[in-house]
Design a protein around this ligand. Structure first.
Ligand SMILES: [Zn+2]
Length: 427
């Protein structure tokens, strides 16, 4: 059924340049002679459409040389707008329906005097790219650096308020509060974003064990929906399999509380079966040695199908998710969506492009069964399949978690190196 569908895939291609015309099989028509009004996020989700999110920004732009690892802040929106624009474009071609503003960790707490320019530039870039296709702009805020240490509600809400003021002025289509380890702070974010009257999505970077205060995923979802979020789920920190387990718990929590909300997942594209409660941050390979864990496009097709079967209709990715991973979501769900993304012009589904290869044993790989069942080798003979997460037992309020304004001194670093040696010798 599926393979015969894909053998006829060409006719389903929906190039961006044609998006405003009729997309084959999509059933959408453009009003003649006028500017097409895009359907809003809730209109799409309420009608059962699949909304494809975008992928990694800070991780991908760090690898491309435009973001500094450590604080992971998005100054590139101002410093290298062409790099940010290009990445948005690649996600759009791959099938994304949402351009999230590149505003991760972009509050005044992290960016100080630069916060406003960065937020404004990020809105302009996202809007510019959405105009080229069927995508919406989502203004994004994330957890602050203040909550862990001082939990000052007013100060934290003011940071969200400032970013929201820019998003409102730039008229983003909807809002996302993402990457929250603590439900309480996520609820504050939703409360602020709701004031705009625009739809609010909220995702936490938690696994099945729940938030850092031991609130279950189900309870987190309930609190976020009660605060005003219309879309809830998880992003970052865990792989697709674990993230879907978490969202299933959220779904069950909402059902038990008789609350309704749309579900959303934007997991890592790294396999993390060995992670603890805090996810991939604690893996010894974070952040510069994660490459052996990268999911293949086939892993991501499986994720897209499982997410869909679970009832998730906003499906995207976070760190490690490249445009080809997003294309894999769009290809897997093409039968439901009725069209393929523009980037599929250069990609035969399930390896079908290999049928043109000169070597016969490569041509023999031009089939779904081959790629679906292939056990992958890492090419690293002394590489363990799992590692042991660093778990120092430090939590909210610990001085070691205080974010410093200045760089860590050599002496402070030496103390940490010593502590790490000690911790791993007793582990
Ligand atoms: Zn992430």
């Amino acid at each position: 059924m599926v393979s015969s569908y894909f053998s006829d895939a060409r006719r389903l291609l929906c190039p961006l340049s044609l998006w405003a015309k009729r997309c084959p099989n999509s059933g959408e028509m453009t009003p003649v002679g006028g500017k097409r009004v895009k359907k809003g996020i809730l209109e799409r989700l309420n009608s059962g459409e699949v909304v494809i999110g975008d992928g990694s920004f800070v991780f991908t732009l760090e690898k491309r040389g435009y973001v500094k690892a450590g604080l992971w802040t998005p100054e590139a929106a101002v410093e290298y707008p062409e790099a940010v624009r290009q990445l948005h474009m690649e996600y759009l071609r791959a099938g994304s329906n949402v351009m999230q503003t590149f505003t991760f960790f972009a509050g005044k707490d992290n960016l100080e005097s630069k916060w406003k320019d960065v937020n404004e530039a990020a809105c302009d870039l996202a809007r510019e790219v959405t105009e080229k296709g069927d995508a919406l702009v989502a203004g994004g805020i994330s957890q602050t650096s203040l909550y862990k240490n001082q939990k000052n509600k007013l100060e934290i809400k003011e940071i969200f308020q400032q970013q929201l003021e820019v998003f409102t002025r730039k008229n983003v289509d909807f809002l996302i509060a993402e990457y929250f380890e603590y439900c309480e702070e996520a609820v504050w974010a939703v409360e602020v974003l709701k004031e705009s009257g625009k739809p609010v999505a909220a995702t936490m970077c938690i696994g099945p064990e729940g938030d850092m205060h031991n609130l279950t995923p189900g309870e987190c979802a309930v609190r976020l929906v009660k605060a005003g979020a219309s879309i809830v789920g998880v992003n970052c920190h865990f792989d697709p399999t674990i993230s879907l387990k978490t969202v299933k718990l959220m779904k069950e929590g909402l059902e038990a509380a008789r609350l309704k909300a749309h579900l959303m997942t934007q997991p890592l594209a790294y396999h993390t079966p060995d992670c603890g409660k805090q996810g991939f941050i604690d893996l010894p390979e974070f952040p510069f040695g994660l490459e052996p864990r990268v999911a293949t496009r086939w892993d991501i097709q499986k994720y897209a199908r499982e997410a869909y079967n679970l009832g998730v209709r906003y499906i995207g990715g976070c760190c490690g998710f490249e445009p080809y991973h997003i294309r894999a979501i769009a290809e897997e769900l093409a039968p439901e969506r009725g069209f393929l993304p523009e980037a599929s012009e250069k990609h035969g589904s399930w390896g079908s492009g290999l049928s043109m290869h000169t070597k016969p044993w490569i041509r023999a790989r031009a089939r779904r069964e081959y790629w679906e069942s292939l056990p992958l080798a890492s090419g690293r003979p002394y590489c363990p399949s799992m590692t042991k997460p660093d778990a120092w037992g430090v939590t909210k309020g610990t001085t070691e978690l205080m974010q410093q304004k200045e760089a860590t001194t050599d002496q402070q670093l030496n103390e940490l190196f010593h502590k790490q040696k000690f911790k791993s010798s007793i582990a």
